[in-house]
Design a protein around this ligand. Structure first.
Ligand SMILES: Cc1cc2nc3c(=O)[nH]c(=O)nc-3n(C[C@H](O)[C@H](O)[C@H](O)COP(=O)(O)O)c2cc1C
Length: 157
């Protein structure tokens, strides 16, 4: 199984979270991490991963605009080639308390769910609160991420 984890990070918290998720996948999964600013949707669409994790951050009271744009491009590229990705989910890092970002999380997950080239979307988006604006991710949020990864991987299997 090929897994592609995408981030849009400024201070490295998204990458840290992606690495934590990667570490939970069994050895028979080939997991790659890339930033949407560096790797094009076209390239990932050519690779056709089995699993995609679309990560970003809440900024300026919005879910991640760059990742959402990238997700649309991915869908267009996959549709053109007639290929699908089997499983999808996502994550958002944020500075606000967790209960204040549930709306962003819901809308971000809906966007993944509406990406027609992703066949099945996991029922929950991972959110991870950072300390201040720049992080690091709070320790209890890292624990939450580990549990989330385990549930998500079980769901994919
Ligand atoms: C310009 C800017 C705007 C931000 N706006 C918000 C916001 O509206 N709500 C929020 O919870 N966090 C906000 N943050 C904090 C980011 O969510 C935080 O920097 C990010 O999650 C850290 O992850 P990263 O290191 O992967 O970029 C903002 C950060 C920046 C730099």
């Amino acid at each position: 199984m090929k897994v592609q984890i995408m981030t849009d990070t400024r201070f490295g918290n998204g990458t840290k979270l992606a690495e934590t998720l990667k570490g939970k996948f069994p050895d028979n999964y080939d997991v790659k991490i890339a930033d949407v600013k560096e790797v094009s949707a076209e390239k990932v669409a050519e690779d056709v991963p089995d699993v995609i994790v679309l990560g970003g951050a809440v900024r300026m009271f919005m879910g991640d605009k760059k990742t959402i744009k990238w997700m649309k491009e991915l869908n267009n590229c996959l549709k053109k080639s007639g290929k699908n990705i089997k499983y999808g989910t996502g994550f958002l890092t944020h500075a606000l308390p967790t209960d204040k970002v549930q709306g962003y999380a819901k809308r971000f997950l809906e966007k993944i769910n509406n990406t027609s080239a992703i066949e099945k979307t996991y029922s929950e988006l991972l959110t991870a609160r950072v300390e201040g604006q720049e992080g690091p991710i709070l320790p209890e949020e890292m624990e939450k991420a580990i549990n989330y990864a385990q549930s998500f991987i079980t769901w994919c299997e």
